[in-house]
Design a protein around this ligand. Sequence first.
Ligand code: UD1
Ligand code: F6R
Length: 371
Amino acid sequence: NKGNYEHYMQKEIHEQPQSLKTTMRGRLIRGGSCKAKTVLLGGLKDHLKTIRRSRRILFIGCGTSYNAALAARPILEELSGIPVTMEIASDLLDRRGPIYREDTAVFVSQSGETADTLLALEYALENGALCVGITNTVGSAIARRTHCGVHINAGCEIGVASTKAYTSQIVVMAMLALAIGSDTISSQERREAIIDGLIELPNKIREVLKLDQKMKKLAQELMAEQSLLVFGRGYNYATALEGALKVKEVALMHSEGMLAGEMKHGPLALVDENLPIVVIATRDACFSKQQSVIQQLHARRGRLIVMCSEGDATVVCPGDNCRAIEVPLVEDCLQPVVNIVPLQLLAYHLTVLRGFNVDQPRNLAKSVTTQ
Ligand code: UD1
Ligand code: F6R
């Protein structure tokens, strides 16, 4: 049932304040004035000690689920102090990469049925790792085969392009980081700030959704383009990859997400006055580095679209033909949840304007159950 919406993707984008609330329901415990705020993940509470003792955490997934894990990686590393490595499921299998008993392998999958992820899970089980699932589908193969896990509870996702599952996955992995780090006194304040940020997040998403018409106008400007680059770094490297994935898979427009730190090592050669480039430059520890990336692109007459924090448009935009997308500022590790929304809206409007099938992009299936 699409309700008042024309497409499931559109409905699922606009549903995110609600789906995020459901994801967090009963899992954030806000004590009285003297009691600390904490996270409770029922599916993991008996396994946290084992996870804390592991030598390494591996995130394993495909497509959007991989990108969600990439967005959560920095906060997991910060709060757990455990090295976190990223694996695209098919690549791990191609390499038969080493996995040990001392590893915790976290499998991220909306459907819980993706063949590559499931085969990687069997492989990790054979090698004796603790296997944790993060999935949206109760009773799915990945939920059943993992030792423990967390359901993201985002509600059924019908559009082939994953939107609300992505934001809920990031929130669950941020909660995972909080749960693993909950025995560390030195990070208590940081953790409480993140919990406050999580509680406010649905309202912030409601705010950022107001950019809908603005993103439609931007889509009208970009609809005839061949290509779109997206530069991000730090917490928002994943936003760049995921934004570009949305644009290519539904709007059928070539788009590439790139690590801004790599710009000078090749991609800069592509820059001219025609190619549109989105730069994500919301406030965080990487902000000044992104400002210099913007300056360098501007110096080469790059056609810039800058995503920045509210009130920063005049700070980040170097010239008149630079477009700004202002988004609400949230706790740094939660910023990717906010920042992906305008790009989801952009991909959606581009698709409608270009006349393609929004909910069932050509050649794609919702659940990829073959290798
Ligand atoms: C559970 C109930 C929820 C109830 C809540 C009350 C289910 C599915 N969930 O939620 O309805 O409101 O208690 O306290 O009945 N698991 C895996 N792999 C995965 C995902 C989950 O093994 O990929 C396991 C978990 O370890 C756990 C169980 O499935 O044993 C349920 O997980 P989850 O729904 O996340 O647990 P709760 O949030 O506690
Ligand atoms: C992109 C998309 C795919 C899936 C990928 C993994 O919008 O939907 O990239 O994310 O096929 O699917 P799950 O998460 O079901 O394992």
